[in-house]
Design a protein around this ligand. Structure first.
Ligand SMILES: Cc1cc2nc3c(=O)[nH]c(=O)nc-3n(C[C@H](O)[C@H](O)[C@H](O)COP(=O)(O)OP(=O)(O)OC[C@H]3O[C@@H](n4cnc5c(N)ncnc54)[C@H](O)[C@@H]3O)c2cc1C
Length: 570
């Protein structure tokens, strides 16, 4: 955007309309899996993705992907019941039990698929290397050293780019879902998702995409918080877009903070992603612990939770946050040195090459030095509500991966269940979308139009809205929430939204405006749900209501134009 408003004549722009069978928004593990599945059935598929194809949360996943091999179950090394119980325990009373059961019994399907695609999972002489992470009772996490996500993303993207049925539009940011009710301005019609509008970020033109079925795979909303492990793209676009057209949105207050990202006081850009130190370092396989000083060998988390540093990440994040507030520390330490973990430097270097190299580059040799760490926003547990087949409340619109709320995560995600959920439901929803697409979309989808002379928005105003929203979320709606902070957050976010919404409608279409509007909308949904839930549970901690309450053992649900309410977990 230019600094000074420029006048533009819009009348001749934005005429392109592209038609396809299945339209997928997003190219992380969920979107790529769904695309390959739909293509296998002979469908014409388009993927719209807002940066390069591999830019995604998936790319940065380190620890691994859950998979319960039926053979290990048969040999008594693990059990479906154990994965079910571990997932339910993390979800803290809000998991959908039918979905958890389905997931546990099918979690090996994505592993088989990924092995077939040649994802190079780590092996040793005994077979696949399986990790056991915090909250898991057994070793069942498949990994590619400590760059599992990169290996999966690059492998699947490679397959998609070679597939003749799939066309990928990189740098196309989707900003509006087209639904029958919205298009015809009639809330009484039977609704259906008809397509989307997306801006070509390189040329600043808008195209309409019409499809028989639309699958949202836009990932989470970590960028809503100032400090996050998530890359730039995680601005909550899918959740905001689905909300605008009236889809049901659930459990937005449950945001998982990761307890261990690298503390870097200097040399970081304000928008830079925080480098993650995988859960596997604190898991039973490695045995790292958190301490309050570099010389300490005492796991301080034991003062907050009986499982100490091996507890689930919500408990560990709350302990780190509380300890930092109590003692005034700027960070704590993650210690994986031989003295603590019993692992040799060679073991650490072999299993965590990326982390070892990154920290060494910052002057920390993790085999002999404790690592300074802080918590950061990591995973969006809530999202667009879907049923067990990936269907949202709007016919023709499906949601998969981190943008969705299947009921698997409940109030908190069990480590490494998210890649598996995204890959499994990527297939399930693709199968369902294929069936749905037999009912052809015969409606006219108009080109995007803006008539008359309009100007570019002021970049300084949009940047300020972006910054204020993110700092507000971090300080008033982060790990430790209270009524007073949340009321203040909602007030600030409402006012920011009013301003960005006026800019959205009044100025030349621009990707920065679209993302900022979506980010503020997603932030509002989180803050309002957090204010509504007057208890502490899973990834939602309120120091003014520190206990869990039976009357809140339900999902929070909101739809555009209605009040937030509690509904039973089905
Ligand atoms: C640092 C880090 C480490 C992690 N480690 C693990 C782990 O070890 N195990 C695990 O299970 N999970 C892990 N996770 C979580 C996991 O990576 C994500 O939950 C998962 O990858 C989500 O996949 P997805 O396909 O739903 O979304 P993403 O991978 O985030 O993909 C979303 C896609 O949508 C695109 N997009 C977004 N908005 C738009 C728009 N408006 N228009 C067009 N395109 C759009 C993005 O560009 C991107 O291509 C980690 C996450 C992070 C950030």
């Amino acid at each position: 955007m230019s600094m000074l408003p420029q006048l533009i004549n819009m009348d001749t722009q934005h005429t392109e309309i592209v038609v396809t069978d299945i339209l997928i928004i997003g190219s992380g593990i969920a979107g790529l899996r769904a695309a390959l599945e739909a293509s296998k059935c002979g469908k014409k598929v388009i993927i719209l993705t807002k940066s390069r194809i591999t830019d995604s949360n998936t790319y940065y996943a380190q620890g691994g992907i859950t998979g319960l091999d039926p053979e290990r179950v048969a040999r008594g090394k693990d059990s479906y019941e154990s994965l079910i119980q571990n997932t339910l325990a993390a979800g803290d009373g809000l998991c959908n039990k039918q979905v958890v059961d389905f997931f546990a019994h099918h979690s090996y399907e994505p592993i088989k698929f990924l092995i077939q695609q040649n994802v190079p999972f780590s092996k040793d002489a005994d077979g696949w290397i399986l990790h056991q992470e915090g909250g898991h009772e057994h070793e069942r996490i498949y990994c590619v050293a400590d760059y599992t996500g990169k290996a999966i993303e690059e492998t699947l993207a490679g397959k998609v780019l070679q597939d003749k049925n799939i066309k990928v539009y990189e740098h196309f940011l989707t900003f509006t879902l087209i639904t029958r009710r919205k298009l015809r301005k009639n809330p009484n019609l039977d609704d259906r998702c008809l397509g989307v509008y997306a801006i070509d970020r390189l040329n600043e033109t808008v195209a309409a995409f019409k499809a028989n079925a639309v699958i949202l795979a836009t990932g989470g909303a970590g960028r809503v918080f100032q400090y996050t492990s998530n890359p730039d793209n995680a601005t909550g676009d899918g959740i905001a877009m689905a909300y605008y057209v009236g889809a049901k949105i659930a459990n937005m207050e449950f945001f998982q903070f990761h307890p261990t990202v690298l503390y870097e006081p200097f040399g970081m850009q304000p928008n830079e992603r925080r480098f993650l130190l995988t859960e596997a370092l604190r898991g039973v396989s490695v045995g790292g612990i958190l301490t309050t000083s570099p010389d300490s060998t005492e796991d301080f988390v034991l003062a907050y939770h009986p499982d100490g540093s091996h507890a689930t990440r919500d408990k560990v994040s709350q302990a780190v946050d509380a300890e930092m507030k109590r003692s005034g520390l700027k960070h704590v330490y993650l210690n994986v040195t031989t003295r603590i973990s019993g692992k040799t430097p060679e073991y650490i270097k072999e299993h965590f090459p990326q982390i070892y190299a990154h920290c060494l580059n910052k002057g920390i040799d993790i085999t002999v030095q404790p690592i300074p760490v802080v918590p950061a926003a990591h995973y969006t547990c809530g999202g667009v509500l879907v049923d067990i087949r990936g269907r949202t409340s709007i016919p023709g619109l499906f949601a998969i991966g981190e943008v969705s709320c299947t009921g698997l995560m409940g109030a908190n995600r069990l480590a490494s269940n998210s890649l598996a959920e995204a890959a499994l439901f990527g297939k399930v929803a693709a199968d369902e979308a294929i069936k749905f697409s037999e009912n052809k979309n015969t409606e006219d989808v108009p080109a995007w139009y803006t008539t008359g002379i309009i100007s570019h928005a002021d970049v300084a105003t949009v940047n300020q809205i972006w910054d204020v929203a993110r700092t507000t979320m971090m300080s008033l709606c982060g790990i430790d929430r209270t009524e007073e902070r949340l009321r203040a957050a909602v007030g600030i976010l409402d006012s920011l939204y009013d301003t960005i919404n006026k800019i959205y409608w009044g100025y030349y279409p621009n990707d920065q405006i679209f993302e900022t509007r979506n980010l503020v909308q997603a932030a509002k949904l989180i803050a309002k749900a957090a204010l509504f839930r007057k208890e502490s549970r899973g990834g939602h901690y309120r120091s003014d209501y520190p206990q869990k309450k039976p009357e809140y053992e339900s999902m929070t649900l909101i739809q555009n134009g209605t009040e937030m309410k509690l509904v039973p977990v089905e």
